[in-house]
Design a binder for this molecule. Structure first.
Ligand code: PLP
Length: 393
């Protein structure tokens, strides 16, 4: 019988029954080292006692009320995120796409309040901002967009890491109101931005009265060794979006605003039924507590540095390996040829990874990964890459 599920995912042939730390088990009792964390979501790994307790206790009290009422867990999580980012005006929603959708709406409203009724937003080549219509229009992937036109207008794409291109786009289009970018591109192939680029764009946005909007959906919440990847460049954006790791696996999204973006939304501007409910916000608070008390940002920095160095060492000089790059526990290995099959081969060898942009092996392990576990990742992955390259010279 064919499955009633829509055929939209190329699924690997495995289902997991339970997990512990960075490990997952299938129904046959096979154990897998999870170096992907559900695409950067399960930042505390699996079955983290603090997260399990927070969710269980909150579920036993109340799961959902409504944004018609006060939600103390939401207020507290907003305060924590504001403190960590130096921002304010937190809007909760349910996914990365929705967080970016809110950011796009905010940029348009900001422009509208200043008499610009057709706001343009500059976004980057090979960016990823989601699969809703507006976030698809912002996303730099023709493959994801194809067939879904007409998409919302008002987006201009420029090359990544090129402040001059952003400046030129703004010179050519007077209705630009914002720049949206990832501090470290994820789906686009683990492509880091230069600190100098981020600082130039920050300055340019300030000069021109544009909002600098940074999508930290994948790179935020400690993944790179700082709370937010843009903090490596010592800047503060006007708008930031979060999702994946924020509640350790429970669906959540958040948009934060600051500076000229603060106060743009007013009652009735935006809203959601589910966003920021008691259950997800209790989970988010437990995630932040665990990241802090277990020093997991330092761990991401140290173990990520070790993992990257060991991968670089094991793969050094191999023809077919273009680059090992990334920061903290957000790493990519770019090969010179398509290597999607490596995800299946790694699975068969007991390791969970994925391949993005056809040629980039992506590692987003839980931030609780130990040095010894990082060594296990390398010990499984490096021989698989060597073998793959030997077969595909
Ligand atoms: C995953 C991702 C999104 C989309 O998030 P969803 O929760 O899948 O809607 C947006 N931006 C970035 C940078 C992402 O990595």
């Amino acid at each position: 019988m064919t499955s009633p599920l829509a055929n939209i995912y190329a699924r690997l042939p495995v289902a997991f029954t339970h997990g512990q730390g960075v490990w997952l088990w299938d129904a046959q009792g096979r154990k897998y080292l999870d170096a992907l964390a559900g695409i950067g979501v399960s930042c505390l790994g699996h079955a983290h006692p603090r997260l399990v307790a927070a969710i269980s206790e909150q579920a036993a009290r109340v799961i959902h009320t409504s944004n018609i009422y006060e939600v103390p867990q939401q207020t507290e999580l907003a305060a924590r995120l504001a403190r960590l980012s130096g921002m304010r005006d937190v809007v909760f929603n349910n996914s990365g796409s929705e967080a970016n959708e809110a950011a796009i709406k905010l940029a348009r409203y900001y422009a509208y309040q200043r008499g610009n009724t057709h706001a343009h937003i500059i976004t980057m080549d090979s960016s990823w901002h989601g699969r809703t219509l507006a976030t698809l229009a912002a996303t730099g992937s023709d493959k994801a967009r194809k067939g879904f036109e007409p998409l919302p207008s008002g987006f201009i794409q420029v090359p990544y890491n090129d402040a001059a291109a952003i400046r030129a786009a703004g010179d050519a289009e007077p209705r630009v109101a914002a720049v949206l970018l990832e501090a470290l591109q994820g789906e686009g192939g683990i492509r880091p931005s230069d600190a100098a680029f981020l600082r130039d764009v920050r300055q340019l946005c300030t000069e021109r009265g544009w909002l600098l909007m940074i999508d930290e959906v994948q790179s935020g919440i400690g993944r790179t060794g700082k709370w937010f990847a843009h903090q490596w460049a010592d800047i503060v954006p006007d708008v930031m979006t979060l999702a994946k790791g924020l509640a350790g696996g429970v669906p959540i999204g958040a948009m934060l605003a600051a500076g000229p973006a603060a106060g743009v939304f007013t009652p009735g501007s935006h809203g959601t039924t589910f966003g920021g409910g008691p259950l997800v916000c209790a989970a988010g608070l437990a995630v932040l507590d665990a990241l802090e008390s277990e020093h997991l940002l330092d761990n991401a920095h140290a173990v990520g540095g070790h993992l990257k160095a060991r991968l670089a060492q094991e793969l050094a000089g191999l023809p077919g390996v273009a680059e090992v790059r990334g920061r903290g526990l957000m790493l990519g290995i770019e090969l010179t040829r398509p290597c999607g099959v490596l995800a299946l081969r790694a699975l068969e060898a007991g390791l969970l990874i994925n391949v993005t942009r056809d040629r980039v092996v992506r590692l987003l392990p839980p931030l609780v990964l130990s040095r010894a576990e990082a060594d296990q990742v390398v010990d499984i992955l490096a021989p698989l890459i060597r073998q793959f390259l030997a077969e595909h010279p």
